[in-house]
Design a protein around this ligand. Structure first.
Ligand SMILES: Cc1cc2nc3c(=O)[nH]c(=O)nc-3n(C[C@H](O)[C@H](O)[C@H](O)COP(=O)(O)OP(=O)(O)OC[C@H]3O[C@@H](n4cnc5c(N)ncnc54)[C@H](O)[C@@H]3O)c2cc1C
Length: 86
């Protein structure tokens, strides 16, 4: 919790109810250009709905645990194309 508070104080924005669904990247350079995500909410009729959004940044850090990171990379079709630094 302290880490999150510190991150927010330094400009981080926490987007709750949001699930990353695709890594967008430039086919030529392999650079990541954005992360597509689904922002979930409950409609007035009680139905769970989502809106698809894209967030862009200077740098991207995948931290969805080992399995989800791999799943996201594979689901985005970028297993050999994007430049990943570990
Ligand atoms: C029972 C148990 C006990 C443990 N005890 C210890 C211990 O004593 N010491 C130790 O060092 N380690 C321990 N570990 C291991 C430790 O918890 C993990 O190694 C560590 O949490 C991994 O951190 P992470 O940030 O990679 O992933 P996580 O902590 O799993 O964080 C990943 C986050 O990404 C989110 N996420 C996943 N997919 C998406 C998506 N598509 N879009 C957006 N968000 C997403 C998840 O909701 C989650 O909040 C333990 C693990 C377990 C299960």
């Amino acid at each position: 919790m302290k880490t999150l508070q510190k991150a927010v104080a330094n400009g981080a924005e926490i987007r709750s109810q949001s699930v990353a669904s695709k890594i967008l990247y430039d086919e030529k350079t392999g650079d990541v250009t954005g992360i597509m995500y689904k922002e979930y909410r409950t409609s007035e009729s009680g139905e769970l709905i989502y809106e698809e959004k894209v967030v862009s940044a200077k740098r991207y850090l995948l931290a969805a645990h080992a399995v989800e990171n791999a799943k996201l990379l594979l689901a985005s079709g970028c297993q050999t194309k994007i430049s990943v630094r570990i």
